[in-house]
Every structure is written in structure tokens, then in C-alpha cells.
Design a protein around this ligand. Structure first.
Ligand code: SAM
Length: 105
């Protein structure tokens, strides 16, 4: 089911209403932050803990800084062989979902 809401707080309230708890928010970025977590540690949490999780991706400008710092976790940046690692959101989403839930991880 796809649902369109007008704000992040509305989305969080919607999830709380449906699932009974607020989700832990997983942010994504091309940069590292203090709450950056590895894919392995994030997979372990998703598999072992009773929390529910919401993965957020940014627009062409990335996620606003105030949103990033409010995330419970930030996935480690996807890196390539060179210095430039600013991927399109759809490419980043595909890699992130594969690393978290793909069968070859
Ligand atoms: N300058 C922005 C930044 O530093 O995040 C790039 C924005 S990128 C066009 C759009 C979104 O794709 C980002 O907000 C993030 O969700 C995701 N993304 C892009 N490159 C990424 C990377 N190397 N690692 C993790 N996520 C990435």
C-alpha cells in the first residue's frame, strides 16, 4: 500500500497509529555522522530487536541537516573506488535495500 502524507510528523503519527509504536529512524547520506552505523550492525538490530524501522532518503540536496541529526541511526555512506560518492536516490535506494535485505548479503 502506498500512502502520501504531507509531513514527516504526520507519517510518524500514522505509523504509531497502525503499529502501536514509533519507528526508529534510519537516515542515509553520502557523509558520515556521529550516529553512523555499519550495515552489519543495522541488519543485526533489524533481525534481533522488536523495534520497527523507517528508512529515509533525501532529495537532490540530501536530507536537511536538522533531520539527519534527529535520526536514530545513519547508515554508513556507500563508497566507490573514487572520491565522488553522491549517487542518485534510486541507485542509493537499490544498494541500501540490497545490503540490508538482499539474499546475497
Ligand atoms: N549531497 C547529498 C548528500 O550528501 O547526501 C546527495 C544527495 S543524493 C542526490 C540523494 C539521496 O540519495 C541522499 O539524501 C541519500 O539518501 C542517498 N545517497 C546518495 N549518495 C549516497 C551514498 N553515497 N551513501 C548513502 N546514501 C546516499
Amino acid at each position: 500500500m502506498v500512502k502520501v502524507v504531507s509531513s514527516i510528523s504526520e507519517m510518524l503519527e500514522d505509523i504509531k497509529k497502525e503499529r502501536g509504536i514509533y519507528p526508529k529512524i534510519i537516515g542515509t547520506s553520502a557523509k558520515k555522522y556521529p550516529q553512523t552505523i555499519s550495515y552489519k550492525d543495522m541488519r543485526d538490530k533489524i533481525e534481533k530487536e522488536d523495534d520497527i524501522y523507517l528508512i529515509m532518503l533525501g532529495t537532490g540536496w540530501g536530507m536537511p541537516e536538522e533531520l539527519v541529526v534527529s535520526c536514530d541511526y545513519i547508515l554508513e555512506p556507500i563508497l566507490g573506488p573514487g572520491e565522488y560518492n553522491h549517487l542518485s536516490v534510486r541507485n542509493a535506494a537499490a544498494i541500501i535495500l540490497d545490503r540490508l535485505f538482499g539474499i546475497n548479503r
